[in-house]
Design a protein around this ligand. Structure first.
Ligand SMILES: [Zn+2]
Length: 66
C-alpha cells in the first residue's frame, strides 16, 4: 500500500509523514501507523494516494475545483 511507503517510522519519536510537493514533514508520537495517519488528517493533511501537507492540500483542492 502507498501509505505504507509514505509514512515512516521515526524511531522513538513516532511516525513521520513527508509532503509530496514540498519539504514539510509531520511527526506524531503515536504508537501505530493508522493512528499517525488519523492524527495527520485531523491536522489537515491528506494521506492517501498522495501525501500533502495542509498548505499544499488547500492549493491542490483549489486547483482541482477551479
Ligand atoms: Zn506541502
Amino acid at each position: 500500500m502507498t501509505v505504507h511507503a509514505l509514512v515512516r517510522s521515526a524511531g522513538r519519536r513516532g511516525w513521520t509523514l513527508r509532503c509530496d510537493l514540498c519539504e514539510h514533514t509531520f511527526t506524531t508520537a503515536v504508537a501505530g501507523r493508522p493512528e499517525a495517519v488519523a492524527f495527520a488528517r485531523t491536522h489537515g493533511w491528506i494521506v492517501g494516494e498522495r501525501t500533502l501537507c495542509p498548505m499544499c492540500a488547500v492549493t491542490d483542492t483549489a486547483r482541482r475545483t477551479a
